[in-house]
Design a binder for this molecule. Structure first.
Ligand code: SF4
Ligand code: MG
Length: 329
């Protein structure tokens, strides 16, 4: 399949101001040179601990933030610099589902109006009747009852509110949906219902997903391929089976070792516990960003920054251990 999205060397640095004159004294390197693609119709999972830059990556793809550096290509168009009317058009095709369905919906707004709002913003030629049946149809598709239309968001449970958010995200028939921790605020009992709904809608609406989450079992359930981020960098990206069964980057290995493994029939994995804390993105380590915590660090790791490299077919790893291995490119 064709690539719907290409992200090349994306950087998102936020200035840090200080002193009496509030001059820029540094930068938080939230995203520090990330490259990946998403094929049409697939789900790319993006994982990593909080603060690793996965949400910032999602927001910069939506162009809610203007990248400091790098290039974003969406459906063949360079969208890195677009503004104004063109950006507005592109935003139709790129939608977001947020983590907290409580915070992202106005509790005092009628559900019908919440879902109709994006349609009204873009199309002023719809009759009231057309708009109403379009919204009813969307509510139906996300599994909400028809009378939800006239109720207020605060009358719904968390899972149902997330369905309202999903209906709103679908209203403009987007091509790409960025789901940022869409179930982490929900009760475990309703998480899988919402995940299954997202999977069904993917087929029905021809959607491509960037699925951001810290819960590795959720990501495994949803993704075709998975990217692992650490301190603003993508350290490994591969199809999900390679990530879970044969992780190559020491950070991925530690993350995966902590996942309770239900399919390994008594075959016990050894849990790798990382020492220390994630360094500050304002002052990241030189060389490999993971070297201060890596159980396999070598001397060169503190001076040479490894680049993503295809070590096995489709499995890209940024680690000096694989410098002399893998496919030539
Ligand atoms: Fe560890 Fe060195 Fe590989 Fe970084 S480059 S992950 S420090 S072995
Ligand atoms: Mg899917």
């Amino acid at each position: 399949a064709q690539n719907l999205l290409e992200v090349e060397n994306l950087k998102m640095h936020f200035p840090v101001k200080g002193g009496f004159f509030r001059k820029q004294i540094g930068a938080v390197k939230a995203v520090d040179g990330v490259s990946f693609f998403i094929k049409k119709g697939e789900t790319l999972g993006l994982v990593g601990e909080s603060g690793c830059g996965k949400s910032t990556t999602g927001r910069s793809i939506l162009r809610l933030l203007k990248p400091t550096e790098g290039k974003l290509t969406f459906d063949g168009d360079d969208i890195t610099e677009v503004t104004g009317r063109r950006l507005r058009e592109i935003r139709k095709e790129l939608q977001m589902i947020f983590q907290d369905p409580y915070a992202s919906l106005n509790p005092m707004q009628m559900v019908g109006d919440i879902v109709a709002e994006p349609i009204k913003n873009y199309y002023n030629n719809r009759s009231k009747k057309e708009l109403r049946s379009e919204v009813m149809d969307l509510l139906n598709k996300v599994g909400l009852p028809e009378d939800a239309y006239y109720k207020y968001a605060h009358e719904f449970s968390g899972g149902q509110r997330q369905r309202i958010g999903i209906a709103r995200a679908l209203a403009l028939r987007p091509k790409l949906i960025i789901a940022d921790e869409p179930v982490s605020a929900l009760d475990v009992s309703v998480q899988s219902q919402v995940l299954n709904l997202l999977n069904e809608l993917q087929d029905e609406f021809d959607l491509t997903y960037l699925f951001i989450a810290h819960d590795l079992s959720v990501v495994k359930h949803m993704s075709d391929r998975i990217g692992v981020m650490y301190l603003g960098n993508l350290v490994e990206i591969a199809d999900k089976h390679s990530i879970y069964d044969d992780p190559l980057h020491p950070y991925t290995q530690a993350l995966i070792s902590a996942v309770p493994d239900v399919d390994s029939y008594g075959k016990k994995k050894e849990r790798i516990v990382l020492e220390g804390d994630v360094p500050s993105p304002e002052n990241p380590p030189t060389g490999c960003p993971f070297h201060t915590r890596c159980p396999k660090a070598m001397e060169s790791c503190s001076s040479i920054k490894p680049q993503l490299k295809e070590v096995k077919p489709g499995q890209h790893v940024a680690c000096l251990l694989y410098e002399n291995e893998g496919l030539t490119n």
